[in-house]
Design a binder for this molecule. Structure first.
Ligand SMILES: Cc1cc2nc3c(=O)[nH]c(=O)nc-3n(C[C@H](O)[C@H](O)[C@H](O)COP(=O)(O)O)c2cc1C
Length: 378
């Protein structure tokens, strides 16, 4: 029975081969950042406000002129088809039907145009800038043409994180599974059948213009050639290619929030990539107050990394975040039940959030700020 998000995690652990589950669930190095994301969220409390009329409690918010049915959405997750073929489209469709936003990864396995078609909800494009900037140019042009509403520039992957579980499983591209992994695959026949039917996932948005390119070549492109010369001034270049809102994902330092304001970005996603990149990084929740302090409501500030409950979302909102994104829980939903699984995951979080708001005496996401423990108020 699926009662909370951890049930979906456990179901995913059962239905996926170990190397796939570990690819999704794992973090960098010693996974300390991964753990900090959870422990910092868990240690925070909220103070209920009593005798407030919550008969009209609503989770709806407005972001960039669109209504979201709740203040959370789907974070970009690359290579999702190893979990479930067509995963990008299935998850986008579930998010759209739930009235929630979806961010598509540069490293998606479905064409960005098809994913945009799959949802009429808010749909944003995530961008990795590789050394060959013409690839970013192409993605930007295609995403604009397809009707993506905002651009999310991820800045915390100048180089891939050191994911030891992936290394131990030999899960790297080109993928040449050893006997242990082959056996594991054989022991998950439903997963294997779907994968065999769909064929090896391709990074379809990275195929160089006019070229075909194998998944391996595309992966090499993605992993080896991130543009480490990308700096704040380059946002002008990005701006010249994109006229909609630009958000930066992966900012943790308050000084970088100041630079982002100066550079004229339209929003921030405070994130440590779910603990998959820099293991010594602080949790997103630990730095969120200092970033909000710099931003002073001039931009919407979102946050991700470790959110697993509606009440976790309430905590970020109480601090002043506009909304929250979730990565792994959506992948677990896909693994367990495809589009339906994602729909259930999103619905669970929305219901949990609404219940938390009512218990806290908050009619609207904004009024959650009244529930901060006294020493945490600004
Ligand atoms: C399997 C996996 C793949 C990811 N791929 C991307 C990606 O392509 N681009 C990106 O900006 N973030 C990527 N992320 C990071 C997520 O967008 C998000 O920051 C993170 O998952 C949030 O933490 P959570 O999984 O605890 O919710 C990925 C995360 C996971 C788990």
């Amino acid at each position: 029975m699926m009662v909370n998000l951890d049930d979906f995690r456990q179901a995913a652990q059962r239905v996926l081969p170990r190397f796939v589950y570990d690819y999704v669930a794992g973090g960098a190095d010693d996974e300390l950042c991964l753990q900090r994301n959870r422990s910092d969220l868990e240690s925070m409390t909220l103070m209920p406000r009593s005798l407030r009329d919550t008969t009209a409690a609503s989770t709806h918010i407005q972001v960039f002129g669109r209504t979201w049915s709740a203040p959370f959405g789907v974070a970009p997750v690359g290579l999702i088809d190893v979990v479930r073929p067509q995963g990008d489209k299935l998850a986008a469709r579930a998010a759209g039907k739930a009235g929630l936003p979806y961010i598509l990864s540069t490293a998606s396995n479905s064409c960005l145009e098809e994913v945009r078609q799959a949802t009429d909800g808010p749909c944003w494009m995530q961008l990795y800038v590789m050394q060959d900037r013409s690839m970013a140019d192409t993605i930007l042009a295609r995403a604009r043409e397809a009707g993506f509403e905002a651009l999310v520039l991820t800045v915390d992957v100048p180089v891939g994180g050191y994911r030891e579980k992936d290394l131990r499983h030999g899960f790297k591209l080109p993928f040449r599974p050893g006997p242990r992994v082959l056996l594991d695959m054989a022991l998950h026949p439903n997963w294997l059948r779907r994968q065999a039917w769909a064929g090896a996932p391709q990074f379809v948005n990275l195929v160089p213009a006019g070229g075909a390119g194998s998944a391996q070549a595309q992966a090499a492109l993605l992993s080896r050639t991130m543009d480490r010369a990308l700096v704040w001034e380059d946002l002008n270049w990005l701006r010249s290619k994109w006229d909609g809102p630009v958000l930066i994902k992966g900012v943790l330092h308050p000084e970088d929030a100041r630079l982002a304001l100066h550079a004229g970005v339209d929003g921030l996603i405070v994130s440590n990539h779910g603990g998959r990149q820099l293991d010594v990084a602080p949790s997103s929740m630990a730095v969120l107050p200092s970033i909000l302090d710099v931003v002073q409501s001039r931009l919407p500030v979102f946050v991700d990394s470790g959110f697993r409950r509606g009440s976790d979302v309430a905590k970020a909102l109480a601090l002043g975040a506009q909304g929250v994104f979730m990565g792994r829980p959506v992948a677990y939903g896909l693994a367990q039940g495809g589009e339906q699984g994602v729909a259930q995951v999103l619905d669970l979080v929305r219901q949990e959030l609404l219940r938390a708001m009512i218990l806290l005496g908050a009619n609207r996401p904004e009024t959650l700020a009244d529930c901060l423990p006294v020493p945490m108020r600004g």
